[in-house]
Design a protein around this ligand. Structure first.
Ligand code: ADP
Length: 259
């Protein structure tokens, strides 16, 4: 009989513990879902005023240029900071929408839209005495979502700007190699230390150098970029380079559906 009672008590304890665990886990999932939805709403609210701010800053810069007046460099710095804020908001929005959305792929020539993204970094990089080279073919047709490719390039270039350090060289290269679109963003900064190459692609993971040197960030850029590459039926990887960091996006030219 004591054995039987002992058995019942043990079974009861196990069931209680299991129930509590399931309840705690359900609670944790609910909390996480609430946080993600909150982040989504906040970033949505931030988007409109931020877009208006950028638009007005651009108009002020254009007005001054048309009137032959010089613009205060402070306005340029403010415009850059707005851009940075907008990148954070967009990344949080993409992250909070969840992974593996179906993307509308369409046949486009990526040279002009990507050129615009790359040129957008010329001034901020030059201010840090960093050079920028943009190598591309005359045309590059692929069935893709140019906005998603642009977002990946923005994230990679903004990392090069943040981590490569003053005076370094940044290179963006677009090419078609063996039926694939290949887009590389490389810099000759300190690069990613051995052993961290996989970790840095995880959400919210930031490399040692970023925290040590006080570079701000959310740890979402590479995770989102890799997930976007997957939605485009391609992949984003780090490739080894003699110096610095080199990231490569590959998308099959013929593939029309995301994998
Ligand atoms: P964040 O920049 O917000 O930290 P990311 O996901 O874009 O988030 O990058 C993750 C980490 O990868 C960074 O914290 C940094 O340590 C490292 N990293 C990314 N790009 C580079 C680069 N070009 N050079 C050196 N380290 C980099």
């Amino acid at each position: 009989l004591p054995l039987l009672i002992g058995g019942f008590v043990a079974a009861g304890v196990v069931m209680l513990a299991g129930g509590w665990l399931a309840w705690a886990q359900a609670g944790a999932w609910k909390r996480a879902a609430e946080q993600v939805s909150f982040a989504n709403q906040v970033s949505h609210e931030l988007r409109t005023p931020l877009t208006n701010l950028m638009l007005n800053a651009d108009l002020a810069i254009d007005d001054a240029a048309r009137g032959g007046r010089s613009v205060s460099p402070r306005l340029g710095v403010m415009r850059e900071e707005m851009e940075r804020l907008s990148r954070i908001v967009e990344n949080v929005l993409i992250f909070s929408r969840g992974r593996h959305r179906t993307r509308q792929l369409r046949e486009v020539d990526l040279v002009a839209p990507l050129g615009e993204v790359v040129e957008g970094f010329r001034f901020p990089l030059a201010r840090k005495d960093m050079s920028l080279s943009w190598e591309r073919p005359d045309t590059c047709h692929v069935a893709t979502d140019p906005e998603a490719v642009g977002r990946i390039v923005v994230n990679l270039l903004s990392n090069a700007e943040k981590y490569a350090g003053a005076g370094s060289a940044v290179r963006v290269r677009l090419a078609q190699v063996q039926g694939r679109l290949r887009l590389e963003v490389a810099d000759d900064g300190p690069g990613i230390p051995a052993g961290q190459e996989r970790r840095v692609f995880r959400p919210f993971v930031r490399g040692g150098s970023s925290t040590r040197e006080g570079v701000s960030g959310t740890g979402l850029g590479l995770a989102i970029s890799r997930s976007l590459a997957g939605e485009l039926g391609g992949r984003l990887m780090m490739v080894s380079a003699a110096r610095g960091a080199c990231f490569r996006l590959e998308i099959p030219l013929a593939e029309r559906r995301a994998g």
